[in-house]
Design a protein around this ligand. Structure first.
Ligand code: AMP
Length: 528
């Protein structure tokens, strides 16, 4: 696989401006079609983000003899990656549509001229058939397919696509996700040019003949790392085969981890790599804090303290399990917060309504699991709380990326018990960033806290890169000493939590069932 890596940083490309402008020249310079430029202006985008600047020209340089370039892009949510793949794909679809219309017009003119020359009446245009009637049914044959790991992300991407095609006449976007009624989805699929889908429902509809994938020219795999985590490797292999004649594949992933490279080698042709070094990737716009806690009850007290912070606009509280998520949301409701739970066991309709309520501002606090929260893009989220720690270090990065959207600032607060110290170490190693330890007066942990970061005896050792945390202090305000320290007395004025029952709730390590280990994506290298 020959690859080239483009790495951009802030100095090379301006960060996204959030002010509105009618003339996004910087987008026009990318050569995008006029209806897309108008949509981008309507959205208030004045400058392409780093990932857009890097990926769009590469994705669009197709159309000539050498064809389109496959792209492998590392970027986080919040970096503008959705528009980075939607804009070039939509641009090509618009151009193709214009060409097809021009051909149709020329053919019509020819028929009219011919009828005139033969002294016959002008031909009549065929009546448009209502695609919703069963007798007019034709399977959908989209030209572009975006695959997302979760329903929420797919809906968010489809939402963004609909915003971008609002000035494009006749370009249709459809969403295909599980948990929604089949009939409605099938009806909306008719004539879809771009389909945004989760793999399971997509394959369901393909197998039942509602959808044909052999005309897909552009395939985008969004959050490829998450796809593999959620066990979609076999589905991806099948979709790869079903769309084997496509012109271009773009894969977006938080990392270029070896498993992603293996997937890329199977589904892409000599991909170019685009590595983005954005503030969002480093999360420099998100302040990260760590609070050590003695017990689940102590965590609840800290959370309660934080949720009363006046600077919170909207917040997401992450729980480890669905049970914990439900219990916490209920406790918060009882304590008077406008809070709801969001997790994978809820019906899709309910999940959608709750997300809508969050977007509308009717819900202030969303208590969520990792799977459900993926893809949530609500700019008013000022705080993310890690009440239950994520199963995987990279999920931490996705979680905190729910705040600090589109160039804003955000605060990510993690509450951990001492037994979670390894996970914290792994998170720091993954993100290559220390999380600053802090305490709240009156809510300091009473149990001794041992600075695992100095623990040379720990087989895992300190976070990779040997980073030290200059700002870290023990609860007594002194730097950590590298060993167990004496218990401190409870601070006065400790706040009462929101009446949660004592004891730990649902902290079992329930992972989403993964089949990722079954087989890598693809059964053998495609013949593309
Ligand atoms: P994403 O990484 O695709 O989830 O996008 C994160 C957020 O950035 C979304 O709210 C987008 O609407 C916003 N966004 C995307 N591109 C731009 C841009 N060029 N300028 C300003 N905001 C943008």
């Amino acid at each position: 696989m020959t690859e080239s890596i483009s790495t951009l940083n802030d100095a090379q490309v301006a960060t996204p401006a959030t002010s509105t402008s009618a003339a996004p020249e910087a987008f026009a310079a990318l050569g995008l079609a006029e209806p897309l430029l108008r949509a981008v202006a309507d959205l208030g985008f004045t400058q392409p983000t780093l990932v857009q600047q890097a990926a769009i020209p590469k994705a669009m340089q197709g159309g000539h003899a050498e064809g389109y370039t496959d792209l492998m892009v590392s970027s986080q949510t919040g970096s503008g990656k959705t528009a980075a793949f939607l804009l070039p794909v939509l641009h090509t679809l618009i151009e193709q549509q214009a060409q097809a219309e021009a051909q149709e017009r020329a053919e019509w003119d020819r028929l009219v001229a011919q009828a005139e020359a033969e002294g016959k009446p002008a031909p009549k245009r065929p009546k448009r058939k209502n695609p919703l009637l069963a007798r007019h049914f034709k399977p959908a044959v989209p030209g572009a397919l975006v695959l997302c790991p979760t329903r929420e992300l797919a809906q968010q991407v489809a939402h963004d696509a609909i915003d971008l095609v609002k000035h494009c006449r006749g370009l249709r976007v459809a969403t295909v996700v599980g948990g929604m009624p089949y009939q409605m989805q099938i009806a909306k699929l008719q004539n879809a040019d771009l389909v945004v889908a989760t793999p399971g429902r997509l394959l369901d509809l393909q197998r039942s003949g509602q959808l044909q994938l052999d005309k897909v020219q552009f395939l985008v795999v969004d959050e490829a790392d998450r796809m593999l985590d959620l066990g979609f490797a076999d589905d991806l292999a099948e979709i790869n085969q079903l769309t084997i004649n496509r012109h271009q594949t773009m894969m977006f992933s938080a990392t270029f981890a070896p498993r992603i490279q293996t997937l890329a080698a199977r589904v892409m042709r000599q991909p170019q790599k685009v590595q983005i070094d954005t503030p969002q990737d480093r999360h420099t716009n998100i302040e990260q804090r760590l609070y050590w806690c003695d017990s689940p009850e102590h965590k609840r007290q800290l959370l309660d303290h934080w949720l009363r912070d006046a600077s919170i606009d909207q917040a997401i509280v992450f729980a480890s399990t669905q049970i914990e998520c439900d219990a916490l949301a209920e406790e918060l409701q009882q304590a008077g917060f406008a809070a709801v739970a969001l997790h994978g066991a809820l019906s899709q309709g309910l999940r959608n309504r709750r997300l809508m309520a969050l977007r509308n501002g009717q819900v202030q606090i969303l208590v969520a699991t990792d799977v459900a929260a993926r893809g949530i893009d609500v700019p008013a989220i000022t705080h993310v709380f890690n009440f239950g720690l994520p199963m995987k270090a990279e999920d931490y990065t996705h979680r905190i990326g729910r705040t600090g959207r589109a160039g804003r600032k955000g605060l990510a607060v993690t509450m951990a018990e001492f037994r979670d110290r390894r996970k914290i170490g792994e998170i720091e190693a993954y993100s290559q960033q220390p999380i600053q330890t802090q305490t709240i007066p009156g809510l300091e942990p009473k149990k001794p806290v041992y600075d695992f970061r100095n623990d040379r005896g720990d087989r895992r050792g300190p976070p990779r890169g040997g980073r030290r945390h200059g700002g870290d202090r023990g609860h007594d305000g002194k730097p950590f000493g590298g060993g167990y320290r004496g218990a401190r007395p409870a601070g006065e004025g400790a706040r009462v939590g929101f009446g949660a029952p004592e004891g730990r709730q649902g902290f079992g390590d329930k992972r989403p069932r993964s089949h990722a280990s079954k087989s890598p994506a693809g059964r053998g290298r495609p013949s593309r």
